[in-house]
Design a protein. Structure first.
Length: 289
């Protein structure tokens, strides 16, 4: 008799990223940094992407080393080599520069199997007060940059018969966040971009999914809380308490918790997860505010 466990989990290396290369945007801090750490820990070679050269260098030093096991064609003997993680220094606000850097990277190292799109959001503010220039800038930084990266990476993913496009979005996709007007609009566009790619690329073993993190303990969240406290005349602790009060799990997420979900989506085990908007939010979206 074959056990259910044996049928369902034939190989634990379905969760391994050995032999895969991941390009992680915004990798110097927060969710991007935690994601780079998680993917490297799972065996992937990681390309850290961002505009802060000192931050990238520090993040590179802190990545776990990757030992890649390979077998000889004729001898079948195993050999172990250490992959070198790398840096791609570029400003996400410049889609053409991103495209040029990604083209050069792929030409030099070959396939990028995993693309993690994780770029910053604009300053808080009401949509009605935003200029068209602000909207254009946000769309360029989020959507145009992501599109350039996907256009460079998708052909090599198709050739490798393995591809994961993973977007770090926001719960504002399903429920707009008051006071974050421009971001709400651009991130909603990212959701349909992701789902459209999922439909177009799924037949080539390339999946596209979007993660919607809830309130996560990052520098950006701390900045948002400080701004709200200043505007309302409240203390930081009071603002934090008001936000946590709307989270069913009663706390903020850690970046590592978001990264763990991304690492799963990047793995072979998640090959049938495609076109999903995945809330990792402690239950925020299932409750009325």
């Amino acid at each position: 008799m074959v056990s259910i466990t044996a049928v369902t989990f034939k190989r634990m290396d379905n969760f391994s990223l050995q032999g895969k290369t991941a390009l992680v945007c915004g990798a110097t801090q927060g969710i991007g940094y935690a994601t780079a750490q998680a993917l490297a820990a799972a065996g992937a070679r990681v390309i850290l992407c961002g505009r802060n050269d000192e931050g990238l260098a520090k993040a590179l030093e802190e990545l776990p080393k990757v030992n890649q096991v390979s077998r000889g064609v004729n001898t079948n003997a195993e050999s172990v080599t250490t992959h070198q993680h790398e840096i791609m220094l570029v400003d996400h606000a410049n889609p053409l520069a991103v495209e040029k850097a990604a083209d050069a990277l792929v030409a030099r190292i070959g396939a990028v199997h995993i693309l993690v799109v994780n770029t910053g959001a604009p300053e808080a503010g009401y949509l009605i007060d935003a200029s068209t220039e602000e909207i254009d800038k946000c769309v360029a930084q989020l959507l145009s940059t992501a599109h350039k990266l996907a256009q460079v990476c998708a052909p090599v993913m198709r050739a490798a018969k393995y591809g994961r496009i993973i977007v770090v979005g926001s719960t504002s996709i399903e429920r707009p966040i008051r006071g974050h007007g421009v971001s709400n609009v651009a991130r909603a566009a990212m959701a349909n971009w992701t789902r459209t790619l999922a439909g177009e690329l799924g037949g080539f073993a390339i999946t596209a999914n979007l993660i919607m993190p809830g309130p996560t303990r990052t520098q950006r969240l701390e900045s948002i809380i400080a701004g709200r406290a200043k505007r309302s005349g409240s203390s930081v602790e009071e603002v934090e308490a008001s936000i946590i009060g709307k989270i069913p799990t009663g706390r903020f997420a850690s970046p590592q918790e978001i990264a763990a979900v991304i690492a799963f989506i990047a793995s072979p085990a998640a090959a049938y997860v495609n076109g999903a908007l995945i809330a990792v939010d402690g239950g925020v979206l299932c409750m009325q505010s």
